[in-house]
Design a protein around this ligand. Sequence first.
Ligand code: ATP
Length: 368
Amino acid sequence: MAEVRLDNVTKTFPGGVTAVASCDLVIPDGQFTVLVGPSGCGKSTTLRMIAGLESPTGGTIRIGDRVVNHVQPRDRDVAMVFQNYALYPHMSVERNLRFPLERRRSTPLWKSIVSANARRRRAAETEAISARVAEAATQLEIDTYLHRLPRELSGGQRQRVALGRALVRDPKVFLLDEPLSNLDARLRLAMRTELRQLHRRLGATMIHVTHDQEEAMTLGDVLVVMKDGVIHQVGSPADIYGEPADRFVASFVGTPPMNLIEGSFQGGEFRSSSGALLPAPNHGDGAAVLGVRPEAIRVVASSGGSAHVVTIERLGDRMDVVLEVGGTRFTSRMEPMEIEEGASCAVDFTDSGLHVFDADEQGRRRPK
Ligand code: ATP
């Protein structure tokens, strides 16, 4: 296992697009780290640079103690799992699993033909490969369809074979590029659990790329939130959710997203641009953006009061309600209750779900 470290890493493609800009990042040994961000934020390019499939235009990449900038992908001791599985279609599951090990054999076939010693060595290697493949197949529960071709498998089974092909190599680092995004919603949930369990069993360094913030929150020990080639925040899911570094992270993480209300503090009160007076931790006078988590808004009386119920989406164990307070709209998430669209109600805001951000372009969160 190994730590992965990026120091001041930049990737500018020949056309001039800077996909990753001066990135400093330490990916801890043995942790499940998720690179997450909207499409085009540079997460796949970062992963591909760690794999050696792209070379950085600046900076240093280390795996363990070794600088790998000029090390060939196959010598980096990493294994990559792709979204499209990248299995060999004409090979059985077993041959797909054996393939990465066969390629790394130290005794070539021709030597085993001409030398008895080499023959014995090759036979021992073959036995070791078979044992390794059997072990990985059992771990991933694909041992019952080793004889099948990839096209004879479901999407989830194929993805497990792709994981198995990484697993047999016992790499220092697993690199997972959107491995769940070709699966349907139910299977994706099941595979998330399997990935977590696999990680716990192996204790390996895993780096997973996804654009799905919910997948990132449920899978990662550490999240790296990126946008436009820049890392906005690195932290545990709880830190990222509870103390987002800036407005982008606040709006990207969480479903429904955080409500962000432009306005200003005057005399200790926050007034939204549309004129609503809202509760907020005091931050001195001047322009600011108030962030309100949907679950921080509670209806305390279902009739009367200054809030207006615009729409209600009932989701079984919870409901999403769009409320209007003094011309400002909020999405709230709460436990189901008797309330009608069009009604007036009184609402309350929980302090822990309120955040204040700078009104400038960076939008940093102000400490509470
Ligand atoms: P997605 O979720 O859509 O895969 P991503 O966050 O993984 O996006 P990257 O694939 O890393 O983003 O791309 C980052 C930026 O670099 C994008 O603007 C993309 O268009 C650009 N880019 C990626 N690969 C190349 C390339 N080979 N040549 C030129 N530009 C590229």
